[in-house]
Design a protein around this ligand. Structure first.
Ligand code: NAP
Length: 289
């Protein structure tokens, strides 16, 4: 066995995201040049949570960057579930809207599942509707959850071999852990899905050629949990005294992992970029372009 230290690539997710946004902008500009309407994303914000408002602004800026239209429906925090669903249904009926995103979390008393189920699956660019999740399960997705899609794009663009690889996913949420496990499995990785009740998590992780941490526990994954040469995707983001921290001890992973995504400029910018890509896909499918 060689004693040479592994050179670790810290993936610049923002640079990758910008490359993909350029590709998307080129696609969109073709429609604009042909005098066609451009894809349109509608974002629904309920209440005045500053973090949600800032995420919405980021998504609107990203749409503008690639030449897509973005419209916002802002409802007061006092809105009822029926009022939110009514807005979603109006957007469903609006032919000029291709994608609908309802910013989570919603105020207390409004069920995110009920609101997600009201979205027209053809416009479900945030992949929250049960039909969208079902399509992924059956292996025929067109649109899928944005963070898992962004993570898969990173693995592909870094040339990580997935077929036959041991993939370990920590976290089993509907928006990250479950969909990325299915995506990895559909690419012929052998997937182990871990969660808060998993025994011997460290030893399980040590077997991973591809390790995805989507937990929300700061620096849960230490350097000695990582198999030399593994690809590590750190999805988790926690706010510790105003400082953002990932699920993986990035410094500890350096010299061991082959690639690692940092908690800043890692998966985050790719998530928004996949939202744009999903919106373009929805536009194409709806318009037959
Ligand atoms: P979530 O719904 O809270 O799920 C967390 C998962 O982690 C659960 O399955 C939970 O297990 C598991 N877990 C909790 N503590 C654990 C432990 N000590 N050991 C092993 N597993 C443990 O979270 P999420 O929505 O998937 O998000 C996960 C993280 O990713 C969060 O930090 C979130 O902020 C971040 N995130 C980032 C992006 C991005 O774009 N960068 C996007 C989405 C989410 P149980 O199921 O047993 O409870």
């Amino acid at each position: 066995m060689s004693n040479t230290k592994q050179e670790t690539i810290v993936v610049d997710g923002l640079a990758l995201a910008q490359d993909i946004r350029k590709e998307l902008a080129e696609e969109v500009s073709k429609y604009a040049a042909a005098g066609k309407r451009v894809p349109c994303l509608a974002v629904v914000l309920v209440g005045d949570d500053p973090a949600s408002a800032s995420y919405i602004k980021g998504k609107q800026r990203a749409c503008a960057q690639v030449g897509m239209e973005a419209i916002e429906r802002h409802l007061p925090a006092s809105s009822s579930q029926e009022e939110v669903i009514q807005v979603v249904e109006e957007l469903n009926r609006d032919d000029a809207v291709d994608g609908i995103l309802v910013q989570l979390p919603l105020p207390k008393g409004i069920s995110p599942n009920a609101v997600a189920a009201a979205i027209d699956p053809a416009k479900d660019v945030d992949a929250l509707h049960p039909n969208t999740a079902g399509k992924l399960l059956l292996g025929n997705p067109t649109i899928a959850a944005c963070t898992p899609l962004g993570s898969m794009e990173i693995l592909d663009r870094q040339g990580i071999e997935l077929e036959g690889a041991n993939a370990v996913v920590i976290g089993r949420s509907n928006i990250v852990g479950k969909p990325i496990s299915l995506m990895l499995q559909s690419r012929n990785a052998t997937v182990t899905m871990c969660h808060s009740k998993t025994r011997n998590l460290k030893e399980v992780c040590q077997q991973a050629d591809v390790l995805v941490a989507a937990v929300g526990v700061p620096r849960l994954v230490k350097g000695d949990w990582i198999k030399p040469g593994a690809a590590v995707i750190d999805v988790g983001v926690s706010n510790i005294d105003g400082k953002l921290v990932g699920d993986v001890d990035t410094e500890g992973a350096k010299g061991i992992a082959r690639i690692i995504t940092p908690h800043r400029r890692g998966v985050g910018p790719m998530t928004i970029t996949m939202l744009l890509r999903n919106t373009l896909t929805a536009y194409r499918e709806r318009t037959g372009e």
